[in-house]
Design a protein around this ligand. Structure first.
Ligand code: ZN
Length: 400
């Protein structure tokens, strides 16, 4: 049983590395072709960034594999021998906090390297070490409060019910819905400032667009994203009263009024099509599959791991191995998301016009130095947005 799990994780790691390798080779070749959508200097820079990011991804996959082996071949048993409380729930919570702390520390160098080396080298990073540390403290604080509460509840459910995986699924699905609801109003403001749009002419235009679409929100929100990263973005988030379109300050600075309206229209398309609800449902299906699998792990596996089968070790296995299940789902998620993006583009371009949205997309690619081409298998797995050339083609945009 244990050998099978290790073999599955090894195959998963190899597939990921293979896809990254294909992408690196593809971009390395495309890099030398005639530049599109950006000048030669930016085109090569974008290619080099895509390659460097993928190399980091490979290193991270290898470390993940090593960590799974460490946990499987004695790590989990060692941690369990260190954590011994009378109460199952307290034991499981402390065990999982220890487990997550190790994962966090292993991932931290990657996080630091990406922000202060890679992103800094390519001119994206604006995060100061001080801000980075503050962010880390806030994230850890949030995790200690909410993560512990979630772990403790799951541990209680696993410990108390034979059919725990069904209740566990419903609980986690509830958590996902709740997070989506409170994200814009409660979680995001912990990390960023959100200010109303100052440009009256633009905000009036947006206001009237929202009315036409039937989108009720407390205005337009500008996020001070530039304090961490110079790349441009916008998103639609929140459920019910908390729903809103957020524009990054970097986007507002670089796009013309018409282009901004087109991007805003695209985001309103996500609202109009109920994309967030559909996404949450899809996450629900994934959660259900994960709980159904991990709710029925044989005792033999825990014997082979040298640990007691209890809520702590079950939760640790879910965290360690659910990525494999998610990875199988990823092409479906990506395909679904790419279709939503086409539909949102269509909606946005009809609300404003095709040319403005096309112009905005070209500017985004150039400013964000996102390489406009990718290997088909890489797109199949990871692209939540269609390749920009196909989006532009759909908008009948002339790229020359
Ligand atoms: Zn979108």
């Amino acid at each position: 049983m244990l050998e099978t799990l290790i073999a599955i994780f090894l195959i998963y790691t190899l597939i990921k590395i293979y896809v990254s390798f294909l992408q690196i080779r593809f971009v390395s070749i495309e890099k030398n072709q005639k530049p599109i959508l950006m000048n030669e200097q930016n085109y090569i820079k974008a290619a080099n960034y895509a390659i460097a990011k993928e190399k980091l991804e490979i290193a991270s996959s290898l470390v993940d594999m090593v960590m799974v082996l460490v946990w499987f071949l004695g790590g989990l048993a060692l941690l369990q021998s260190l954590v011994n409380f009378e109460s199952e729930v307290i034991s499981a919570t402390v065990f999982m906090l220890g487990f997550m702390a190790v994962s966090y520390l292993v991932g931290l160098p990657f996080n630091i390297y990406k922000t202060f080396r890679l992103d800094a080298k390519f001119g994206f990073n604006n995060t100061t070490p001080k801000l980075f540390i503050i962010d880390q403290i806030k994230s850890i604080g949030l995790f200690l409060i909410f993560g512990s509460a979630i772990i403790a509840t799951l541990s209680f459910i696993i410990h108390s019910f034979a059919l725990w995986w069904v209740y566990g699924f419903f609980f986690m699905f509830g958590v996902v819905v709740l997070i989506n609801m409170i994200y814009p109003t409660f979680i995001a403001p912990i990390f960023n400032k959100f200010t109303p749009l100052e440009n009256k002419e633009l905000s009036n235009a947006i206001e009237s667009m929202m009315q036409r679409v039937g989108f009720h929100s407390q205005g337009v929100f500008i996020q001070d994203a530039s304090k961490r990263d110079s790349r441009l973005n916008a998103y639609f988030g929140g459920l019910g009263k908390s729903k809103r379109v957020v524009l990054f300050d970097t986007l507002v600075q670089k796009l013309s009024q018409r282009e901004l309206l087109a991007v805003f229209g695209h985001e309103l398309g996500h609202f109009k099509h109920g994309d967030l609800f559909k996404n949450i449902l899809l996450v629900g299906v994934l959660l259900f599959v994960i709980f159904a699998i991990f709710g029925n792990l044989p005792h033999l596996l825990f014997e082979q791991l040298g640990v007691e089968k209890n809520s702590a070790t079950v939760l640790a296995l879910i965290v360690l191995l659910s990525n494999v299940v998610s990875f199988i789902f990823m092409p479906i998620f990506s395909l679904f998301s790419r279709n939503n993006e086409y539909a949102a583009d269509k909606f946005g371009s009809e609300l404003v016009d095709k040319k403005a949205l096309g112009d905005a997309l070209v500017k985004l690619v150039d400013e964000n130095k996102s390489f406009p081409k990718a290997h088909p298998l890489y797109i199949f797995f990871y692209y939540s947005h269609p390749p920009v050339l196909e989006r532009l083609k759909e908008l009948e945009y002339d790229i020359n």
